[in-house]
Design a protein around this ligand. Structure first.
Ligand SMILES: NC(=O)c1ccc[n+]([C@@H]2O[C@H](COP(=O)([O-])OP(=O)(O)OC[C@H]3O[C@@H](n4cnc5c(N)ncnc54)[C@H](OP(=O)(O)O)[C@@H]3O)[C@@H](O)[C@H]2O)c1
Length: 248
């Protein structure tokens, strides 16, 4: 891979040496137990989007970590809102990352898991129609799938009239999907926080003030504060910070 903007470690053990992909892979790694990692990008003033999309916050270093975290996970969990709004495509990894997964005994691609209460999903969306691995839709017992959805995805029902995320994540783990990466969005992070399911947050801080208007990376009902200790701080040469917080 052509490495663009250098990324260096600021904390702990600051280093002026740019981190290559092997070093970044070691820094982020896979946990030795079931683990839910959440990955977001935000502006300095806490915005989750610019003009409604995360793209305005994300540059090459963030995309590099985004891809690396996808390589490391068993399943990529995303809320239906973000899937629809951001127009998710099928999860793809380049040959180098697929080779890394094969060498580490993983499936070539992570499984896409879409969380939806309404099942207002389009089976023709590329995330489903072109998926290299059959996606899972996590929903509840009362939800009715649109025509064609069960042709392209497994529908997993946890909870009677709302999604029981704790039971859902347990079931994913029972299916061998132990290392979960959640790419948002805010309502899903709020619900995962409420259920105390977040083991790790990787947060890219983009060096810009987005101004008032956009929401935060979390949304929904108030929850008790949860401690999430700092594990590392990386900085890219374009001024982007990459924080990793995780519980013990
Ligand atoms: N900066 C970043 O890193 C980042 C990352 C992701 C998203 N975003 C931004 O966030 C915005 C989208 O946010 P959003 O408000 O739509 O929130 P969201 O969490 O992406 O999506 C909300 C929808 O997802 C489903 N969902 C989420 N949590 C659920 C739960 N606990 N149980 C059942 N279903 C659940 C529901 O879908 P149904 O309606 O199908 O029931 C709900 O309506 C976009 O602007 C996107 O660009 C930014």
């Amino acid at each position: 891979m052509t490495v663009g903007i250098p990324i260096r470690r600021l904390w702990p053990e600051p280093s002026t040496l740019p981190l290559d992909d092997a070093a970044l892979t070691t820094l982020y790694g896979r946990a030795d137990r079931p683990h839910l990692r959440v990955n977001f990008v935000a502006s300095l003033d806490g915005a989750v989007s610019v003009d409604g999309y995360s793209a305005g916050l994300s540059g090459e270093p963030d995309k590099r970590i985004f891809g690396l975290l996808r390589m490391l996970c068993d399943a990529l969990v995303v809320a239906a809102g973000t899937l629809r709004h951001e127009g998710y495509r099928a999860v793809r990894l380049d040959e180098r990352r697929r080779a890394w997964r094969r060498e580490h005994g993983l499936a070539e691609y992570p499984t896409l898991v879409v969380v939806s209460g309404s099942l207002d999903l389009d089976p023709a969306q590329a995330a489903f129609a072109d998926a290299p691995v059959r996606p899972v839709v996590l929903t509840h017992a009362d939800a009715h799938p649109p025509p064609g959805l069960t042709d392209v995805a497994d529908v997993l029902r946890c909870g009677t009239d709302r999604v029981d995320l704790t039971a859902g994540l347990d079931e994913l783990r029972r299916r061998g999907l132990s290392q979960l990466l959640c790419e948002g969005g805010p309502q899903l992070l709020g619900a995962l926080t409420a259920a105390d399911l977040v083991d790790e947050l990787c947060l890219t801080v983009a060096p810009l003030l987005a101004g008032p208007g956009p929401g935060r990376i979390t949304a929904g009902d108030a929850t008790p504060p949860r401690q999430l200790p700092l594990r590392h701080v990386l900085a890219a040469d374009d001024g982007v910070l990459m924080l990793r917080h995780a519980r013990d």
